[in-house]
Design a protein around this ligand. Structure first.
Ligand code: GDD
Ligand code: MN
Length: 393
């Protein structure tokens, strides 16, 4: 059915083996060659152990007519989803596990899963059975016709539905969809969808431009593509989750804002730097509040108040950056403490640079406000650049 490409790939593989095994007739050796899949199904997982086997079983039935593989991309789930996937993979070599450590993120997991595949067609589907896997053959046939780059499962297209979502989540989803209009080059009915299938070429064309931030991989793909993607939407009903729980929390809103910002201004300034600077301005507020409380209200000495305020502001900056700016490589436990120490050290040097540069400029007749701003800018860039390497390596 979709075999022509794979045939070419097999003969290339055979030629390579021939040259490697010089002098040994190919027919005598059991090369055990099996053709690669025509479809890779990528499933991002975090704590989905109870759903794995059911999903594999459903795909075995749904995709029986095709050569497919299933790549789970797990972010070191505490419930040992990865180990469970590896067990299932021992009984079915179409199942694979990409186990990421010290990382988090649905979008980046999908991207890495797609990059770990060689198939001409790539699908992304949630691991919690909320997406309708029975749509996959239809998606594949649609792509194989050659007129479409990507087929999107849509809850808002005619015939689709949202399942048991409460009103507030529906409203948020609709609002987020509307916002995506700023960066999308297509009128999608459900840009927030996490269920779709695309041709490998469409992914490869934009893979270097993908942001890989947060949950919204489909928005990322459409916004990063150098040319408008030819899409088709298929309606489906979003199912109710049976096992496990949703990971979509309030911080996902922040991630989404960062994704949109990255698409809008990322070519000018790294969006992490914007986030880092925003956190820095919150730090200034924290500092001033602490200083006022200790110095004006509690009557401590200025030096002590200033020192404590600096310390508290650095700590709150570290904690905020850890959950927002570096959410995808968030530090926990001992690594949190070590990160905090290195951050404090980095920022102390940054503060010295800040004061040094500002004082120097001021002594050279620069206006005081300008001198201060130059100092702050240099300090912030230093803090950002060095903490990026040493604190959140
Ligand atoms: N690897 C990895 N890393 N996987 C993750 C992470 C992560 O940090 N966070 C979530 N996942 C996996 C979950 O295990 C699940 O398989 C899938 O991504 C979706 O996560 P849910 O937590 O179930 O999200 P949801 O049901 O609230 O929302 C989903 O469906 C919506 C409708 O299509 C997401 O796909 C949304 O992006 C989508 O809008
Ligand atoms: Mn879900």
């Amino acid at each position: 059915m979709l075999d022509t490409m794979a045939k070419g790939a097999t003969s290339v593989a055979l030629d390579t083996v021939r040259t490697l095994r010089v002098g040994r007739p190919v027919e005598d050796v059991d090369l055990g060659i099996r053709r690669g899949p025509e479809l890779s199904v990528i499933v991002p997982t975090f704590n989905e152990r109870e759903n794995i086997l059911e999903l594999v079983e459903r795909l075995r039935v749904t995709l029986a007519a095709y050569r497919w593989e299933l790549i789970f991309v797990d972010d070191d789930s505490p419930d040992e989803t990865a180990r469970h996937v590896r067990q299932v993979a021992q009984d079915d070599d179409r199942v694979r596990c990409l186990h990421r450590i010290g990382r988090r993120g649905l979008a980046s997991a999908c991207i890495e899963g797609m990059l770990a595949s060689s198939a001409p067609y790539l699908a992304v589907i949630d691991g919690d059975l909320q997406h309708d896997e029975s749509l996959l053959p239809q998606m594949l046939e649609e792509l194989a016709r050659g007129q479409t780059d990507i087929v999107v499962g849509s809850r808002y297209a005619h015939g689709g539905g949202l399942g048991d979502w409460d009103e507030s989540r529906v409203a948020i989803s609709r609002f987020a969809s509307r916002l995506s209009g700023m960066v999308l080059k297509a009128k999608l009915s459900d840009p927030m969808s996490g269920f779709f299938m695309l041709r490998r070429e469409a992914m490869e064309q934009c893979v270097h431009k993908l942001s890989g931030i947060g949950f919204k991989i489909l928005v990322d793909l459409f916004a990063s593509s150098p040319r408008p993607l030819r899409f088709v939407e298929l309606p489906y009903h979003f199912r109710t989750r049976q096992a496990g729980e949703s990971k979509l929390d309030t911080q996902a809103a922040w991630d989404y804002a960062m994704l949109l910002l990255d698409k809008l201004i990322g070519h000018l300034v790294p969006v992490r730097f914007v986030a880092f600077s925003l956190v820095g301005s919150v730090g200034v507020l924290v500092h001033l509040v602490m200083l006022t409380a200790l110095f004006s209200h509690l009557g401590l000495s200025f030096v002590l108040s200033q020192a404590v305020a600096t310390f508290v502001a650095m700590t709150s900056n570290f904690a905020l950056n850890n959950v927002l700016t570096y959410r995808d490589s968030r530090l926990r436990g001992w690594r949190w403490l070590r990160g905090w120490m290195s951050f404090t050290l980095v920022c102390s040097v940054g503060a010295l640079a800040n004061v040094g540069i500002a004082s120097y400029l001021f002594s050279k007749e620069t206006k005081w406000l300008l001198a201060a701003f130059a100092g702050i800018l240099v300090g912030t860039v230093w803090n950002y650049a060095v903490s990026k390497v040493y604190t959140w390596k």
